[in-house]
Design a protein around this ligand. Structure first.
Ligand code: HEC
Length: 297
């Protein structure tokens, strides 16, 4: 009887052996797979969820977007006599004529970038404001483009605040830039070329990160900007209040940052390249809603 039991146990053990080994192998595999998943991933997902909730809460109450304070600051700056010539920007023609009163700023952003005969150039909102600050108010443009964007935690600079004001006055409208004059078409074509041109030490183009669906870098989803459907969703949200850096970021700033990610030379505010990329993005976003200032991660 006893001997039988021993035999039996041995038999069971032997039968168990391969299962045990398999189980151990399985545990080892699971453990090493778990070890390969950085703990940051789980944390990223939690952070993403929390940020999404925060954004949702801010969106539910549109007046809680801190970017609106910058739009107000921008409006005050726009209407105040400033600069060496001590004049306001109410004489700045954004495409709907110059002068005080509604109608000059309202809806102007929705039709930018556009060609301006006075400068013989295509300009986006920020480039146009820069031009007006120089020509009307007498500011030195070199000073304005030296450090045009805020560092983390700093408020958007004056030009950016005014761009936020101008954009906010088209909020709720649809992008309707015509971009059909020869120089406007040239600008869109140059933007298209630049968007797809690989360059810099990483040999990246904008398309490397923004011309496919569902790409992401760490936490950030990468919008498929080449696709009008996605471009219409996001382009009209700029300038946007950026939660992670606690300030409004303008489109010129956004593009500077993306070029920085490509390790390209610093993109100059108001440059032909910056306007061309904005023209291209605006063309892709044609018919999309303007919801500026938007809200970004
Ligand atoms: C290395 C990848 C990379 C490249 C190359 C790159 N970007 Fe980006 N881009 C990003 C990331 C990441 C974000 C989102 C950042 C964030 O969430 O804060 C972004 C955001 C944007 C946005 C805002 C999208 C939104 O959600 O509203 C625009 C517009 C944009 N990029 C344009 C460009 C253009 C134009 C170029 C080429 C000059 C370019 N990007 C090149 C990584 C890249």
């Amino acid at each position: 009887m006893f001997a039988d039991r021993v035999k039996m146990r041995k038999f069971v053990q032997r039968r168990d052996e391969p299962v045990k080994i398999m189980r151990q192998v399985l545990y080892a595999v699971i453990c090493s797979v778990l070890a390969m998943i950085p703990p940051a991933l789980a944390q990223d997902a939690a952070t993403e969820k929390a940020i999404e909730k925060y954004r949702q809460m801010l969106k539910e109450d549109p007046w809680s977007n801190p970017g609106l304070l910058d739009a107000d600051r921008g409006e005050a700056l726009w209407k105040t006599a400033r600069g060496p010539k001590n004049v306001s920007l109410e004489q700045c023609d954004l495409g709907k004529g110059a002068g005080k009163g509604a109608g000059k700023v309202d809806g102007a952003f929705a039709e930018l970038p556009r060609y301006f005969a006075d400068s013989d150039r295509v300009m986006d909102a920020e480039t146009r404001i820069l031009w007006c600050m120089e020509k009307l108010q007498g500011f030195n443009p070199a000073d304005l483009v030296k450090k045009p964007h805020p560092g983390g935690g700093q408020p958007v600079k004056e030009l950016g605040a005014m761009a936020t004001y101008v954009a906010s006055k088209s909020s709720g409208m649809k992008y309707a830039a015509k971009l059909d004059k020869p120089k406007e078409k040239q600008s869109v074509a140059l933007g298209d070329e630049l968007f797809h041109r690989r360059s810099g030490p990483f040999d990246f183009s904008c398309a490397t990160c923004h011309a496919a669906e569902g790409l992401r870098i760490r936490l950030q989803g990468l919008p498929f900007l080449e696709n009008p459907k996605e471009a219409r969703k996001v382009v009209g949200e700029w300038p946007a209040y950026r939660v992670s850096t606690t300030h409004v970021m303008t489109m010129q700033h956004r593009l500077l940052d993306c070029y920085w990610q490509m390790r390209m030379p610093e993109l100059q505010l108001g440059s032909e390249v910056s306007v061309a990329l904005i023209s291209y993005l605006t063309k892709n976003a044609e018919g999309g809603n303007i919801a500026a200032p938007g809200l970004k991660r």
